[in-house]
Design a protein around this ligand. Sequence first.
Ligand SMILES: Cc1ncc(COP(=O)(O)OP(=O)(O)O)c(N)n1
Ligand SMILES: Cc1nc(C(=O)O)sc1CCOP(=O)(O)O
Ligand SMILES: [Mg+2]
Length: 201
Amino acid sequence: MSIPRFYPIFDSADWIERLVPRGIKLVQLRIKDADTSQIRAEIRRAKKVCAAHDCTLVVNDYWQIAIEEGCDFIHLGQEDLDTADVPAIRRAGLRLGLSTHDRAELDRALALTPDYIALGPVYPTILKKMKWHAQGLERLSKWKTRIGDCPLVAIGGMTIDRAAGAFEAGADCVSAVTDITLNENPEARVDQWLAACEAKG
Ligand SMILES: Cc1ncc(COP(=O)(O)OP(=O)(O)O)c(N)n1
Ligand SMILES: Cc1nc(C(=O)O)sc1CCOP(=O)(O)O
Ligand SMILES: [Mg+2]
């Protein structure tokens, strides 16, 4: 199954309510440092606006709450996988996206037949401290060769100018955070992203 080419990530339902109506079709809610009731409330708001705009919501990390709230899609990293109950996630019918950063992580991810695999950071990111150096475009191509039909998401330091190179290297989808949230006009930036990714499609 394919996924949309543009995949922004936001840390609140406020951002999702603000920007999804512009035409985003795949979005991630990535909240750190909040309690369960706050996460649940944010997911409910995000889910509502996504349903109204035919946008797929991906919940980061909180797989149990995502199941309880009837969500469709979750994203897990390698550390999340250490404690997640993947069979329970599948039984609940959720799609699953996985992060990878090296070959061992890729092998582990592929064994779980995910609905997409993300490789990052393709370029340096300012969002979070990471132990990985920038992976680069050649690595994206290697990942695409390994994963075949499974959609490949490029993440980390992605900008509109860098997106075309990522698609050419084999990415099926490009994910971005600060290129949008730190832009002086996030609405206009999302419009530009949508146009750039559509033009490529
Ligand atoms: C699309 C996408 N790719 C990678 C990540 C990172 O997930 P993870 O390694 O679990 O780190 P956190 O985002 O949880 O800090 C992601 N969220 N989305
Ligand atoms: C959340 C996340 N995960 C990454 C990974 O490589 O797994 S890079 C990243 C941050 C992406 O933010 P920005 O677009 O601002 O660089
Ligand atoms: Mg995580």
